[in-house]
Design a protein around this ligand. Sequence first.
Ligand code: NAD
Ligand code: ZN
Length: 355
Amino acid sequence: MSQLSIRSQSHNYDVVIETGVRHQLDKWITKPYSSVLIVTDRNVSEHYLQDVVTSMEKVSTVHTALVPSGEASKSMGKYQELLDRCIETSLDRQSLIIALGGGMIGDLAGFVASTYLRGIDFIQMPTTILAHDSSVGGKVAVNHVQGKNLIGSFYSPVQVLYDIETLRTLPETELRSGYGEVMKHAMLSDSAWLEELLGRSITSLEDNQLIGDLEKGIRVKASIVEKDEREQGMRKFLNLGHTLAHAIEAELGYGEITHGEAVSIGLLFALQLSETRVNASGLPIKDYVNWMARNGYPLSSIQSLQPVALLKRMKVDKKTVNQQVHFVLLNEIGKACVVPIQDDVLLTELHRFQT
Ligand code: NAD
Ligand code: ZN
């Protein structure tokens, strides 16, 4: 078991990472709530909703709300439906929303909690590995047809309760997605941990390895966000691997590749750029490529994409400054920097990356 405390601008909250938390919510949730609305998606509900309902019924009146699985549910339409559900079930200021699911549910239910009655408590119960990233840091949002996460707010949960048993039903592609972000956190922080990760296979992890990786990842994210909640400076480092990842996702079409898989490719590109642009040496590029291959990361998907098209996507990324693409690179593992890269250089590097 692991328990850590996170500081946000508004309050401190605990993250508990443990086996079987969903069966003992009455033990972990110590504040009394008049009623609770559990928001989840259909895949997750099939496996875990009943357990959470049963355990919450010991302490509160329980309501549920289901949305279809997938990114399409992170919409204004579903946000509105959930608000309707809050009103229909008479949630009040002493009520709680539980987000039971991956990052999609966390962002959607968190945004509902942040706006209903000007904000009520919510608890994240992440059920994906990727959600170690999304459940801390306080960003909640829904998508607009014009772009991802365009409507949202900063709103932290009152607790994060991570039941690692739920991760056992994740499809392999979601394991890969989650471990893409875990790799990012390792590269931003700690070469010993990175080395450990590179030596393992993500499909045969022991509970204590999973707990350790989630905890370390959350610590990295939290330590950066605690210093820079509103993304004025250091928080940009969390964008490592993401500039190219967003372009790949957009070019391939969302759903063709998971976010974390795209991040894993973006990380490799960032490592390569770090060697050529900031003279980083000793980066474990070869080991990382081997790790990707061993774990089935779709590295070849980049080959069908046009460098010019990727560059165009990167230039409309919201992190672009003065029309110049800014990349998070590594001077060494654990030491990030932000570097502007000229278009022609980027095109050359992308060509080289694809071959
Ligand atoms: P997700 O929530 O869509 O989950 C991925 C898939 O796995 C879904 O089909 C889901 O139904 C299924 N699933 C979830 N848990 C399962 C389980 N235990 N067993 C079997 N299937 C399960 O996606 P995600 O990758 O967790 O999160 C992606 C979302 O997170 C995106 O919307 C992204 O924008 C957001 N995000 C937010 C932040 C933030 O800071 N707020 C950070 C990173 C990502
Ligand atoms: Zn990400």
